[in-house]
Design a protein around this ligand. Structure first.
Ligand code: ATP
Ligand code: MG
Ligand code: FE
Length: 351
């Protein structure tokens, strides 16, 4: 399966094989991040992103085939992210996939980017259904119950900023650069996490939703109150912020796992983490302790597969293809596409 990903600021293509065992083998996984293009703007500029995808995608696909040692006409099918995401970028990838599918006479799989994140752990760790996914990335923060391919239930989401976005904004206001997550984590190592008590929005409520916008504002007000900031102030703010979100993630994940246990009594509790924020060691450590305490299994795929990449799209395509589901060339790109919609259901094509 060829997989193409262009929904945000990574231009990516990969060749993945689904083995008899059910696991996946990544034959190649080429990712070109556009960090340099957007660095000066402190965030992703959609129009620039789309143009860069146009410039680089065909080279990236050629490289993916080369590294996998196969020709394009040897793939069984072509999968591309069809949403959700920045629509200009999605159009570039999906249209390229359609053109190749038409020219080569191969089936097309129009993949939901969130489904690709959700199923990655099956490729890397052969995780069996059902499991709980925590997706924490630059664009999303949500719990999803994964019952099967195409069978998802969203249990909670952010009502404002995504967690990665909160990291990026905090980094920006502390002048730490973009992307902010890794910078905040690095600086936080030298900081005192107990110096500031930041708010934990929504945490007293039973719902599994997140809210990070108020926390970000509290961090900004603290930084303004202390200005000009010393290096130690910056480190302490970063550490206190990071500890606060780690606690929020831990508390919410405990609730979500308890709900999972109630819904699937006697079944193994599995928590799969996806998205770039999964790289954060403080957050991962909190989740590990929690899962140990609850007797749950924590699965964090290799970080290169947690962030946006083509292999996850190829894998989701392979899972659907094995179930007989393909998409027509008239499939339209979608800027928004929640996972728990009826059209995610696998519909085997009439033979
Ligand atoms: P989406 O996949 O939702 O469309 P995206 O492409 O921005 O969004 P990813 O590429 O999965 O998301 O992740 C990028 C985000 O992860 C950024 O917001 C970045 O700051 C954050 N991130 C990366 N590393 C870390 C880290 N060590 N700690 C915290 N956040 C991190
Ligand atoms: Mg990204
Ligand atoms: Fe993503």
């Amino acid at each position: 399966m060829l997989g193409i990903e262009t929904s945000c600021d990574e231009t990516a293509a990969a060749i993945v094989m689904r083995e008899q065992s059910g696991k996946g083998t990544i034959r190649s996984n080429v990712v070109r991040s556009q960090l340099d293009e957007h660095a000066a703007f402190g965030g992703v500029v959609p129009e620039l992103a789309a143009r860069a995808h146009v410039t680089y995608l065909d080279h990236i696909i050629a490289q993916a085939c080369r590294e996998a040692g196969i020709r394009l006409d040897q793939v069984d099918a072509i999968a591309a992210t069809a949403g959700p995401g920045l629509i200009g970028g999605v159009l570039v990838g999906l249209t390229t996939a359609k053109a190749m599918a038409a020219a080569l006479g191969k089936p097309l799989l129009a993949i939901n980017h969130l489904e690709a994140h959700a199923l990655t752990a099956r490729m890397t760790n052969n995780v069996q259904f059902p499991y709980l996914m925590l997706l924490v990335s630059g664009g999303h923060s949500q719990f999803v119950l994964v019952r099967g391919v195409g069978d998802y239930e969203r249990w909670g989401t952010t009502i404002d900023d995504a967690l990665g976005e909160a990291f990026d904004k905090v980094a920006k206001l502390l002048s730490l650069g973009h992307p902010g997550g890794p910078a905040v984590e690095r600086i936080a190592r030298n900081g005192d996490a107990s110096r500031f008590k930041f708010p934990r929005p929504l945490l007293r409520e039973e719902r599994l939703d997140f809210s990070f916008s108020g926390l970000k504002t509290a961090v900004r007000l603290q930084a303004e109150a202390l200005a000009p900031l010393t290096d130690q102030d910056v480190a302490d703010i970063a550490a206190s912020f990071q500890d606060t979100v780690a606690t929020i993630i831990e508390v919410r994940s405990r609730q979500a796992l308890e709900r999972f246990a109630a819904q699937f009594p006697g079944q193994a509790m599995q928590l799969v983490v996806a998205g770039g924020v999964a790289a954060n060691l403080r957050i991962a450590a909190g989740l590990r302790t929690l899962c140990d305490t609850l007797g749950a299994t924590l699965i964090v795929p290799p970080i290169a597969l947690c962030t946006d990449n083509g292999a996850m799209v190829a894998w989701a395509g392979a899972e659907r293809f094995m179930l007989g589901d393909t998409n027509g060339l008239d499939f339209t790109a979608r800027p928004r596409w929640p996972l728990d919609t009826p059209d995610m259901k696998v519909v085997p094509d009439a033979a």
